[in-house]
Design a protein around this ligand. Structure first.
Ligand SMILES: [Zn+2]
Length: 304
C-alpha cells in the first residue's frame, strides 16, 4: 500500500488541500474559499471538510498525517498562529489540536513560507540541495531556510522571517516596528510605492514590469532600486548561512531580468562568501504549489 499525506495551504481567502504520495506525486487536490467572518470553529470545520474530501478521493493508500502551511508567526510547541494579518481570527486559537482532534489524525502546523521552502527542496528547484534559502516576493516577503534537509525553526518556530531583515536603517517604517525592512523595499508593495514616488501614478507591480519592457526609464529605476535592496538582504543571508542555493519565488519573478543585475552587483559586493563560493540565486519552480508539497512532506519526513 502506498503511503501518502495531505498538505494544506491555508490563506485568508482560500484553502487548498492536496494528497501527495511518498514519491512526491500529487494524487488529488481540492480548493475552497475560506469565510473568516464565520469564526474560527466554523473555518476549522471547512478545513476539516476539505481534508476529508481529499482523503475520500484517494482509495487504497495509507494516510500518514496532515501538514498545514499558514501565514503568520508560528508557535510550534503550542500549535498556534501568532500575529497573522491574514488570519486574525486564529490568533492564539488551538488550531492544530482542534483539527487533529476532529480528524483523529496527527497534524503539523507550519509557516507557509517555510513549507514552500521545504516543498522546493523536496520536489522543486532545490531537489539536489540539502541547504537552501527561499524568498517569496509578494505583497510582503516571506522566507524559509532549509538546513541539512530540514526547516530551520529557531527555538519557538519563528526563524527565517527574512522579510524583516534591515536593509536600510533609516528606511520605510514597517508594521513590525522596525524601519527599512527588506519587504518595505523589495516586495510588490514596495515596487508600487516606489513607482508612485517616481511619478508613474497608481500602478501595479505588473504594470511596472510592462513599463520596463517598453523601455520606461523610471520603471527601470524602480526595478534597480528593488534589486539593490534585495541584494543587500541576500548578502546578509549569504554571510550567515553560506548556502549553495537561494531561491526566489512569487509575483515579481517576471521582472527577473530587470532587478537581478543590481541584485547580483550588491550581493557580490557585500558578501565575500557569495562571490568566492559556487553559490547560486535561481527561480523557484513550483509556484503556488510549493506550499502544498512542503506541507504534505512534513508528516512524511517525520515518519521516514
Ligand atoms: Zn518589518
Amino acid at each position: 500500500m502506498t503511503e501518502f499525506s495531505i498538505g494544506v495551504d491555508l490563506g485568508g481567502t482560500n484553502l487548498r488541500a492536496a494528497a501527495i504520495d511518498r514519491a512526491g506525486k500529487m494524487i488529488a487536490k481540492v480548493s475552497r474559499t475560506t469565510v473568516l467572518t464565520k469564526g474560527p470553529d466554523s473555518v476549522v470545520g471547512d478545513i476539516v471538510a476539505g481534508i476529508r474530501a481529499v482523503q475520500r478521493s484517494v482509495k487504497g493508500h495509507k494516510l500518514v498525517g496532515v501538514g498545514i502551511g499558514s501565514a503568520g508567526f508560528m508557535d510550534m510547541q503550542k500549535g498556534v498562529i501568532r500575529g497573522s494579518p491574514n488570519l486574525p481570527i486564529f490568533e492564539d486559537y488551538p488550531i492544530r489540536d482542534e483539527i487533529s482532534r476532529r480528524l483523529g489524525l496527527p497534524v503539523i502546523l507550519e509557516n507557509d513560507a517555510n513549507a514552500a521552502a521545504l516543498g522546493e527542496k523536496w520536489m522543486g528547484a532545490g531537489k539536489n540541495y540539502d541547504d537552501l534559502v527561499l524568498l517569496t516576493l509578494g505583497t510582503g516577503i516571506g522566507g524559509g531556510i532549509i538546513v541539512h534537509g530540514r526547516i530551520l525553526h529557531g527555538f519557538v518556530g519563528m526563524a527565517a522571517e527574512v522579510g524583516h531583515i534591515t536593509v536600510d536603517p533609516s528606511g520605510n517604517p514597517c508594521g513590525c516596528g522596525n524601519n527599512g525592512c527588506l519587504e518595505k523595499h523589495a516586495s510588490a508593495t514596495a515596487v508600487v510605492c516606489m513607482a508612485k514616488l517616481m511619478g508613474l501614478g497608481e500602478v501595479s507591480a505588473e504594470d511596472v514590469f510592462h513599463l520596463a519592457e517598453q523601455g520606461d526609464e523610471k520603471a527601470h529605476v524602480v526595478w534597480r532600486h528593488m534589486g539593490k535592496h534585495l541584494g543587500v538582504g541576500l548578502a546578509a543571508l549569504a554571510n550567515i548561512f553560506n548556502c549553495p542555493l537561494y531561491l526566489l519565488s512569487g509575483g515579481l519573478l517576471p521582472a527577473w531580468d530587470y532587478f537581478t543585475p543590481a541584485m547580483f552587483e550588491e550581493l557580490k559586493r557585500r558578501s565575500f562568501i557569495f562571490r568566492s563560493t559556487p553559490s547560486r540565486v535561481e527561480k523557484a519552480v513550483l509556484g503556488s504549489e510549493a506550499g502544498l508539497y512542503g506541507a504534505a512532506y512534513l508528516p512524511l519526513q517525520e515518519q521516514a
